[in-house]
Design a protein around this ligand. Structure first.
Ligand code: GDG
Length: 530
């Protein structure tokens, strides 16, 4: 595999012709080997919907891995999008993707729900793959192009790209949470990651609290000044001196598309059929998640099992459909969560079900979008009980499908979506008693309250779509890149910024208060490949 000298500038003669470049771990396609000759199947997700129009209106390209290891593919075009594959070896899939991305960063960034593993060989591979992505960007981007890098697998790419191509407007969006400083500080390569991200002009996070955590880490570790959401990167830090904006851009969904699907008579009929197939109970509850320990599937099953055992819910009246899409199946922690979930489902059904009245319908596979919409339509109560989640699109998708303002959403306060869907029944999934109370409240809620709360949430979703999200992000990136000085002075900080401390000292108290005040009061591994 080639290694790349990241510090080497690329001469303008080799610049590409793409004015807009999306960079994500995965391309928005899957290899399809079912036909006579292998081809590609698009895997549409919110991100594709959001960026496809920009890619078509400008000369655009998407850089990412195909999902197939050890194989080089030439760039190709699909649905009008130019896709530029980056090759990964099986060893890199193991170390960069499954290892550093999903067994180091993923648990660390999700509140250490399971212990993150720190291995130097995984880090080396992460650096190498990030360098390969950055070199591809430098090769294909036109002079002055806009580059939008996505997610935790590629946090070094902004810095690497800036050093090779200072002419580019560089945006980064983190789809998952950014952890509190005290947790982030565990990471042996914490300063490299911070510098990596600070190569961007604009860094977007899901919640204000994530952006605040990041800025606090920057002050605490690198001693850089921040004012409001602007970070000043001084010269001589393996980066050119520049200003960076780090702030919240909560992602959303393709609301109009989902609303339209939810009005489709065939899908409405299918929803009715699903209800009949599960025995036409009074209440259908639904959970839709990747099989991931962050999603709180075990916690929700425990709560549901106890409510049945205590007689507060009756198996003849209620059924839970739990769709748990297969994910990261080679990783130990994912084998454990699958095992635990399956044990819990077996136990609840064994103890509570009757012939003809199954308590939990557990489905460990993925479904086409139409079928998923039918499930959303069939459900009276949606359970989103993540222990920590950057946003949680499923919560928003359920709301978008409830065009008749019926249905109730039980939503974990540890999701980004909780910042926006304030009329949901909020729960703390760590507190089984509170979770049980939330489920009961949603099940027993009268029609009028359901309608009022759903209307409020639908209003929010209708003005908060993924296409508006991407437009806002790109407009701000453009503004910052064109006129960086304009981002100073910034919105005033909640409390005065502290003076910078030496890198190894913990942050001062006033600072911590300021930051906490700011925010704490895809059948598939989706398009950025989970
Ligand atoms: C990460 C962050 C953040 C799931 N199963 C099927 C299917 N899905 C779709 C859902 C939804 C998407 O996959 C999952 O998105 P989530 O947001 O719920 O969760 P993550 O995959 O963990 O996503 C998260 C997100 O990035 C975006 O920034 O919100 O916090 O963790 O769209 O509907 N879709 C289909 N069949 C399935 O079986 N068609």
């Amino acid at each position: 595999m080639d290694t790349v000298n990241s510090a080497e500038p690329v001469g303008s003669a080799t610049y590409g012709d793409n004015d807009f470049v999306v960079v994500a771990n995965r391309l928005p396609v899957d290899r399809d080997t079912t036909g006579d000759s292998p081809g590609w199947r698009t895997s549409p997700g919110g991100l594709v919907t959001a960026v496809a129009p920009v890619m078509k209106s400008k000369e655009g390209a998407w850089i990412g891995w195909t999902g197939v290891a050890d194989t080089d593919f030439e760039p190709f075009t699909i649905d009008g999008m130019r896709l530029i594959p980056v090759t990964l070896s099986s060893d890199e899939v193991l170390r960069y993707y499954e290892g550093f991305s999903n067994a180091t960063l993923w648990p660390l960034y999700h509140d250490v729900i399971v212990p993150p593993e720190y291995h130097r060989t995984w880090w080396d591979s992460y650096v190498q793959v990030n360098e390969r992505f950055a070199a591809k960007v430098a090769e294909v981007a036109a002079e002055g192009a806009t580059v939008w890098i996505h997610d935790y697998q590629l946090q070094l790419v902004p810095q690497l790209v800036r050093r090779m191509r200072p002419d580019l407007a560089i945006g980064f969006f983190n789809h998952i949470p950014f952890p509190p400083f005290e947790l982030f500080a565990q990471l042996p390569w914490r300063d490299d990651i911070l510098r990596g991200l600070l190569g961007a002009d604009l860094i977007g996070f899901q919640r204000p609290a994530d952006a605040a955590n990041f800025r606090r880490a920057v002050r605490g570790r690198l001693n850089f000044t921040t004012k409001g959401s602007t970070v000043t990167v001084p010269s001589g830090q393996l980066l050119p001196a520049h200003l960076v904006r780090a702030e919240a851009f909560p992602i959303s969904i393709d609301t109009p598309y989902l609303e339209e699907l939810a009005r489709d008579p065939k899908i409405i009929e299918r929803a009715q059929q699903i209800r009949e197939e599960v025995g036409n109970p009074k209440v259908v509850m639904l959970g839709v998640d990747r099989m991931d320990y962050t999603k709180g599937i075990r916690h929700r099953l425990k709560a549901f099992g106890e409510l049945l055992a205590e007689g507060k819910l009756d198996v003849e009246d209620i059924v839970l459909i739990q769709i748990a899409t297969p994910s990261r199946e080679r990783l130990e922690q994912y084998k454990i969560i699958r095992h635990d979930v399956e044990l819990a489902v077996g136990r609840i059904n064994g103890e509570q079900a009757e012939v003809g009245s199954i308590a939990v319908h557990y489905l460990h596979h993925s479904y086409p979008r139409d079928e998923m919409t039918a499930f959303f339509l069939a459900a009276d109560v949606m359970l989103v009980t993540a222990l920590r989640d950057g946003m949680n699109l499923v919560a928003k998708e359920y709301v978008a499908c409830r065009g008749r303002d019926d249905g109730a959403l039980v939503l974990s306060e540890f999701t980004g979506a909780a910042d926006q869907l304030k009329s949901a029944v909020m729960v703390n999934p760590h507190d089984v008693g509170n979770l049980k109370a939330g489920i009961l409240e949603a099940v027993q809620m009268d029609e009028k309250s359901r309608a009022r709360r759903m209307k409020q949430m639908r209003r929010k979703i209708s003005t908060d779509t993924v296409s508006i999200w991407s437009k806002k992000f790109l407009a701000e990136l453009d503004a910052i890149h064109t006129n960086p000085e304009a981002i100073i002075p910034d919105r005033p900080a909640a409390l005065p910024e502290r003076s910078a401390t030496a890198p190894d000292r913990p942050a001062a108290k006033t600072d911590a208060r300021a930051e906490h005040g700011a925010g704490n009061t895809s059948p598939r591994d989706a398009s950025t490949a989970r």
